[in-house]
Design a protein around this ligand. Structure first.
Ligand code: SF4
Length: 293
């Protein structure tokens, strides 16, 4: 398949500037990993420049291998750094950010998939400053209700889990241990356990999905009680990853944004450079979480 030429609307900002350097210094000093760097995110410059970063817990080696993802795949051997929650909390304080996104690689090598480590990190941050908003972008924990409950009980403000693509393309794009229905179940369980927590999911476009499939996926997310959805263009990290099928025009993203709002999502971010945690602390979202629906 011939490599498509990137259109004018796909432009990444080169990370630079005092705020970016300050955050990078803190991340290094506290020995943290960020998705921004590991996944080669095109928005790194904008997000860090704006004082938000997405911290990746539990190392940078994933037990899974999704064909769109730049994160390293391997066997972390059940190793976990017990002091990481405190390190993250201290780093977040020093960063001075009001909204932090915590995510992780998949850790199928851990009994609870790392759920208790997520929970400890949320608690450490909230202990330090209960006004900091925390979003946890969790793996599927193999659909384990018990594991999901551990994260819910730590009461993050937003729990996100990405379906990534439409049902038909899921087996080609995501690791074989993931499925569209399992991901939907994860989001439903969160709402069953605590309806006051906002749920969120994300869809990548440009992988060969049709309009009907995207609208169907949005409807299924709404039926699962999902409040927030983001839609962004898939960008190929390296030639070893699945090729881009299409660069979706910004007007199409705009169409999906309107359709999703019509379906009743509380917040929709839709655009070529939108990522699941893109400017996650966007003003509207922050106001929604702080002051309710
Ligand atoms: S589960 Fe898939 S998307 Fe998530 S970090 Fe691992 S390889 Fe990447």
């Amino acid at each position: 398949m011939q490599t498509l030429k990137k259109p004018v609307w796909i432009k990444a900002k080169i990370p630079a500037g005092p705020e970016y350097l300050r955050l990078r210094g803190i991340v290094k000093r506290y020995r943290l990993h960020t998705v921004c760097e590991e996944a080669l995110c095109p928005n790194l410059g904008e997000c860090w420049g704006g004082g938000t970063a997405t911290i990746m817990l539990m190392g940078d080696i994933c037990t899974r291998g999704c064909r769109f993802c730049a994160v390293k795949t391997g066997h972390p051997g059940g190793i976990i750094e017990d002091d990481e929650p405190e390190r993250v909390a201290r780093a977040v304080k020093e960063m001075g950010i009001r909204f932090v996104v915590l995510t992780s690689v998949c850790r199928d090598d851990l009994p609870d998939g790392g759920a208790s480590h997520f929970a400890s990190t949320v608690r450490a941050i909230k202990r330090q400053d209960p006004n900091i908003l925390v979003e946890t972008l969790i793996p599927d924990f193999n659909g384990s209700r018990e594991a999901i409950a551990k994260v819910v009980e730590a009461r993050p403000d937003v729990i996100a889990h990405n379906v990534e693509t439409v049902p038909r393309l899921t087996p080609q794009i995501r690791d074989r241990r993931a499925s569209f229905e399992q991901s939907l179940t994860v989001l439903k369980i969160v709402k069953e356990l605590d309806p006051t927590i906002y749920t969120k999911s994300s869809i990548m476009l440009g992988l060969g999905e049709t309009d009907e499939e995207v609208l169907y996926t949005l409807r299924r997310l709404r039926e699962a009680g999902v409040d927030i959805v983001t839609l962004g263009q898939y960008l190929r990290p390296t030639l070893n990853h699945i090729p881009v099928h299409e660069y979706v025009h910004p007007s199409v993203f705009e169409y999906y944004r309107k359709e999703a709002e019509r379906m009743g999502f509380l917040y929709v971010a839709s655009g070529p450079l939108v990522r699941s945690s893109y400017r996650a602390g966007e003003f509207f979202l922050e106001m929604l979480i702080r002051h309710g629906r």
